[in-house]
Design a protein around this ligand. Structure first.
Ligand SMILES: Nc1nc2c(c(=O)[nH]1)N[C@H]1C(S)=C(S)[C@@H](COP(=O)(O)OP(=O)(O)OC[C@H]3O[C@@H](n4cnc5c(=O)[nH]c(N)nc54)[C@H](O)[C@@H]3O)O[C@H]1N2
Ligand SMILES: Nc1nc2c(c(=O)[nH]1)N[C@H]1C(S)=C(S)[C@@H](COP(=O)(O)OP(=O)(O)OC[C@H]3O[C@@H](n4cnc5c(=O)[nH]c(N)nc54)[C@H](O)[C@@H]3O)O[C@H]1N2
Ligand SMILES: [Mo]
Length: 678
């Protein structure tokens, strides 16, 4: 019998899954063909959920550090000892001495219960902010009041042009491609804007490869041309927007010729893009996370919002600036699950948590890591590892012995999604949510996160904190839903939430003025310039020693650092893709072994020379580690301008060929590099 379940990954697509277990215990996963967005297709990462479930490398029992290694212990011992650490910490320094370091490694509803445990103790220190998308979310909050997206079907049916701006659709949002193809079959144009060449680019009418981190300039130069040629939607500007005059007068700064030289985008392409936004209608802009991981990443998103709004693409079918789908959160009562409003929380930003740990007063005495692998994933991960090592008791809850788990004092095995009942509700793109049903029994002694925290609460004499059942908790979180909808969710495996297909069609924006705000009162209140503005002297540039941009990009075949079950991902020597100018300047040929180096790290890697893309950019997949370092040892903890966002793509390096006579060159020649592509 097939079980309907769902992928919990932090992802745009949020797939509905059909699972079947055969007599040998083999689990076959397929996409659910009934799902209107994911339509029966499941990506490599989704399929790997069953491989991860059955992997021999899974952690199956509680482990305790002894010296340099781990020994297996019973759950009773693990819970009793960890409870004692919590108890002592509460006595010595209070609840802020307990650190919950978490992220969204699984995006299901009941994972919110992890926080419930800590809040039930009065509070804790916890991670806030984002390594992912917060600058863009904040920018869209300033402009629109919230980040709302158009439904994929709307783009497919109505867009006359689709501009994919900084989203690597063919890798990170694969179910978008069929919608784009539908639009193209109607004659819609496709533009891809990304410094690294993307597979989607092969289908595009135009690819634009800007210098990384300069898209804001590009958008404002395009807007200036639209202003000068009067390719504007005056009715929208007058009736639905606030502050056009202010931004219009500032556009003089963005001379197209100057912007062409700063962005490395040919001036003809800047005019071409202006004509597209100014004269085609409607243009759908699909924003990704890529272009906001920079010092001025928030302003960059504001600049693109302003361009699309002034040229009349906001609030109409087939238009919009679709970045995220934040309307989903309105349907779930997370507070009922977490109880956060009653808790005393000390916040450490994810980007800078290492510094916070090292200088904490009161100090951190015990840390719990859930749903994240920070030893690899936070910028300047070497600093993170140093800070983490300084904590007296380190507890990591995971399914695998990750780099973070390797440093722990206790590793506790949690269930894989195929062993859980829950609701997957964190798609970054569409408005369907799915029911997660157990397909198999937990392997080994694995327990769901909530169960681990319930056991800890009991050991601390506080069973009340986590009292409840899966069914009751789901009902609590869905308290705003009619009963039929909950039943439909369980029966069909997914439901569509009632989110409008066209964002802001009623032109009632969620901003303080109710209008689209070219001049944002919220931005002003946060101390930012009132309108979208890129400061040329704040663009980050390389140095003579480290001239090339190092983009540490999400892997194509797997999710971030979740690569344990991919043998090809565990290579000591990663692939780096380098632009043509780098190959030329450094005399590097495809397949050469090269040093990648900056102030913080140095590795050897195998070069793949890229014919297309920004010629001075380098791509290294994030989540890799080897040679004693991680990809995030190259990045630093600088932040973007808005919200709490890491600017980890503002990172520079040198590339140099490893000379033939160096021994490593010979050792490496045996390795046949897999071409990862973009
Ligand atoms: N296969 C796979 N899919 C995933 C993930 C994964 O690890 N693997 N991770 C998931 C998660 S957590 C997230 S947040 C999403 C992220 O998905 P995306 O929105 O695609 O974000 P990134 O992977 O950061 O995007 C990188 C793209 O942005 C481009 N880019 C980088 N800098 C710039 C710039 O300055 N300007 C422009 N215009 N483009 C730029 C890069 O060339 C690259 O094509 O993907 C999700 N999906
Ligand atoms: N340089 C650079 N750094 C980046 C990025 C980048 O593009 N470049 N991308 C950033 C982005 S967008 C993101 S979202 C972050 C994410 O970074 P992380 O949150 O660290 O994401 P993953 O590497 O996917 O690790 C998630 C971990 O959670 C575990 N896990 C999965 N499900 C569960 C569960 O139900 N319970 C528990 N307890 N554990 C679970 C997995 O086994 C895995 O070890 O990385 C960021 N870091
Ligand atoms: Mo992310």
């Amino acid at each position: 019998m097939k079980v309907k379940t769902a992928c919990p990954m932090d992802c745009y697509d949020g797939c509905s899954i059909l699972a079947e277990v055969d007599e040998t215990g083999n689990i076959k996963l397929d996409g659910n063909p009934e799902h209107p967005i994911t339509k029966g297709a499941l990506c490599n990462r989704g399929r790997q959920l069953s491989v991860r479930r059955n992997s021999e490398n899974r952690v199956l029992h509680p482990l305790k550090r002894v010296g340099d290694g781990f020994v297996q212990i019973s759950w009773e011992q693990a819970i009793a000892e960890i409870a004692q650490h919590v108890h002592t910490t509460l006595d010595e320094v209070g609840h802020h001495g307990i650190f919950h370091c978490y992220d969204w490694g699984s995006g299901t509803l009941l994972k919110n219960l992890n926080q419930r445990f800590f809040y039930g103790l009065g509070g804790c220190t916890e991670t806030v902010g984002s390594l992912c998308w917060d600058a863009g979310l904040t920018a869209q909050t300033y402009d629109f009041g919230r980040a709302n997206s158009h439904a994929p079907e709307d783009t497919a049916e109505h867009a006359q042009a689709i501009v994919v701006w900084g989203r690597n659709v063919a890798n990170t949002n694969v179910h978008m491609t069929p919608f784009i193809k539908t639009a193209q079959a109607r004659g819609a144009q496709l533009v891809v804007i990304s410094p690294l060449a993307q597979d989607l680019g092969r289908r595009a009418d135009k690819c634009i490869y800007p210098r990384p981190g300069t898209d804001g300039l590009l958008a404002l130069a395009v807007l200036r041309i639209c202003r000068d040629r009067d390719w504007l939607d005056h009715e929208f500007i007058r009736e639905a927007a606030l502050g056009w005059e202010e931004i219009a007068t500032e556009l003089d700064v963005y001379d197209p010729q100057m912007v062409a030289s700063l962005t490395d985008v040919p001036i003809e392409d800047i005019y071409w893009l202006a004509e597209l936004y100014g004269r085609k209608r409607p243009v759908a802009t699909i924003l990704g996370i890529g272009m906001q991981r920079y010092a001025q990443g928030g302003q960059t998103v504001r600049a693109i919002d302003a361009l699309a709004a002034a040229t009349g693409h906001v609030g109409i079918p087939g238009g919009g600036v679709s970045y995220a789908q934040r309307q989903l959160a309105l349907f779930f009562d997370e507070e009922a699950l977490t109880g956060r409003s009653r808790a005393d929380v000390r916040a450490f930003e994810r980007t800078t948590q290492a510094t916070d740990i090292l200088s904490a007063d009161p100090p951190i005495r015990v840390v719990f890591v859930t749903r994240t692998n920070p030893a690899l994933q936070v910028p300047d991960s070497a600093l993170f590892r140093k800070a983490f090592a300084s904590i007296r008791c380190k507890v990591v809850i995971d399914t695998f012995m990750t780099k973070t788990a390797e440093m722990a004092d206790y590793v506790l095995p949690c269930t894989n999604v195929l062993e859980e009942e829950d609701v997957a509700y964190t798609t970054m793109w569409h408005d369907y949510v799915s029911y997660v049903r157990p397909v198999v029994e937990p392997k080994g002694e694995a327990k769901p996160d909530w169960q681990i925290f319930a056991d800890l609460a009991s050991a601390l004499g506080r069973p009340d904190i986590m009292a409840g059942s899966v069914e009751a908790w789901i009902d609590m979180a869905l308290s705003k839903w009619p009963q039929e909808k909950i039943e439909a969710l369980k029966e069909h495996g997914f439901v569509k939430l009632d989110v409008p297909p066209v964002a802001w069609a009623d032109r009632k924006f969620a901003t303080p003025s109710g209008k689209f705000e070219f001049v944002s009162s919220l931005a002003i209140a946060d101390g930012h310039h009132p309108v979208a503005r890129i400061e040329i002297d704040k663009l980050q540039r390389g140095t003579e020693a480290y001239p090339y941009v190092l983009l540490t990009i999400h892997p194509r075949k797997w999710q971030l650092s979740q690569r344990e079950t991919f043998p090809e991902a565990r290579k000591e020597y990663p692939i780096v893709e380098i632009g043509l100018a780098i190959a030329h300047e450094q005399g590097i040929a495809d397949g050469d072994v090269v040093y990648v180096e900056n102030e913080r790290a140095r590795i050897q890697a195998i070069a793949r020379v890229q014919a297309a893309g920004h010629a001075k950019s380098v791509r290294l997949e994030i989540g890799w580690s080897g040679q004693g370092v991680t990809a995030n040892d190259f990045t630093d903890t600088r932040k973007a301008d808005f919200g709490s966002q890491s600017a980890q793509y503002d990172c520079f390096c040198s590339i140099a060929r490893v000379q033939e006579e160096e021994p490593s060159r010979r050792e490496l020649s045996a390795i046949a590099p897999a071409n990862t592509g973009q």
